[in-house]
Design a protein around this ligand. Structure first.
Ligand code: TYM
Length: 337
């Protein structure tokens, strides 16, 4: 096992990545690249738990990998790969589904919300957190940096690891969720009561990492705030819009909350707030967007970089899978080692 602490996290290619993904997860993955041994996975097998058009899935998987590279994920320091390129993930999911009781899955809030919004629910939407647990457990990850919405899934991965260890002997590392103090739940600009989501399609809901300056300004200009004038951090539900804008500014600029409030002391109202936050976001996103388009212009090179990550991930995941199978009582023939 490696001397550095292992970090694993994943992101679904289910739409163009948003500012929520960036501030709640990707920016932190980029900043943490030196201290730990990092694995970042584009989880395409998770994306098909809701119906996907194959061409769109292919395009989104490539674009997601390109955006991660453009945002600063460095293949020399982070193993970046696509989940379906490492078969051990699907197999681990089956094995762990024979360890996790159904009741644990039925109480997942994300499943309940997604299932309620659909007429016909795929089986895999329910078992989705088991695939996620396998992702993490195959790499002996100690830490899982995620946004707030994934906390319950990581806790389930802990429960599954503990149950496995109890049944079959101490083999799996029990991972910890790492959730940022600020930016772990970026809200929709059109509705600050709802999490910003990459699969939501309403114009003005999300800022996407590929949006033009004009689109970003448009979305911020229409951001829902309140009828007051006070530019302050606040937990009050009616200040949720302003709080969200300040939090976006805080995490985008890396300033502390006092410095953020000081920056807005001279603002003439919410109009300035929205414009200044949009400016900060545009400044942060512009280099990502530029690099993204460069990477997308050379798909063969992009695919090559992502395939390298899978080679390294496969070695680790397959060795762990063999250990898991042996612990559960499977004989593993030499050809599968
Ligand atoms: P996904 O693709 O929905 O989101 C990727 C990451 O972005 C975070 N995030 C947000 N953070 C702050 N504000 C928001 N509005 C916001 N929206 C999304 C998410 O919390 C996440 O960290 N099931 C996972 C993917 C996954 C995974 C894993 C994660 C699969 N296997 C193993 C960790 C470890 C998901 O759907 O993330």
């Amino acid at each position: 096992m490696s001397a550095k602490r292992r970090v694993f996290s994943g992101i679904q290619p289910s739409g163009t990545l948003t500012l929520g993904n960036y501030l709640g997860a990707i920016k932190r993955w980029v900043e943490g690249q030196d201290a730990k041994e990092n694995f970042i996975c584009v989880v395409d097998l998770h994306a098909i738990t809701v119906p996907q058009d194959p061409d769109a899935l292919r395009a989104n998987t490539r674009a997601t990998a390109a955006l991660l590279l453009a945002a600063g994920i460095d293949p020399a320091r982070t193993t970046l790969f696509v989940q379906s390129h490492v078969r051990a993930h699907a197999e681990a999911s089956w094995l762990l589904s024979c360890v996790a009781p159904l009741g644990w899955l039925e109480r997942m809030t994300q499943y309940k919300a997604k299932a309620a919004a659909q007429e016909s629910v795929l089986t895999a939407l329910l078992t989705y957190p088991i695939l996620q647990a396998g992702d993490i457990l195959l790499y002996d990850a100690h830490e899982v940096p995620v946004g707030e919405d994934q906390k319950q899934h990581i806790e389930l991965a802990r429960d599954i690891a503990q149950r496995f260890n109890h049944l079959f002997g101490e083999l799996l590392v029990v991972p910890e969720p790492k959730i940022a103090a600020a930016g772990a739940r970026v809200m929709g600009l059109d509705d600050p009561a709802k999490k910003m989501s990459k699969s939501a399609t309403a114009r003005g809901h999300a800022v996407r990492l590929t949006d033009s300056d004009d689109e970003i300004r448009w979305a911020f200009k229409r951001a829902v705030t309140d009828s007051g004038r006070e530019i302050v951090f606040s937990d009050e539900p009616e200040k949720a819009g302003v709080n969200n804008l300040l939090t976006i500014y805080q995490v985008t600029t890396g300033k502390d909350p006092d410095a953020v409030v000081a920056d807005f002391a001279s603002a003439r109202g919410y109009g300035d707030l929205k414009t200044w936050v949009a400016d900060a976001v545009i400044e942060a996103i512009t280099p990502i967007r530029t690099r993204f388009h460069e990477l997308m212009a050379d798909p063969a090179e992009l695919d090559r970089q992502v395939a390298l990550g899978a080679d390294h991930a496969r070695e680790i995941a397959e060795a762990k899978l063999v250990a898991i199978k042996e612990a559960m009582g499977f004989g593993v023939p030499a050809a599968l080692r």
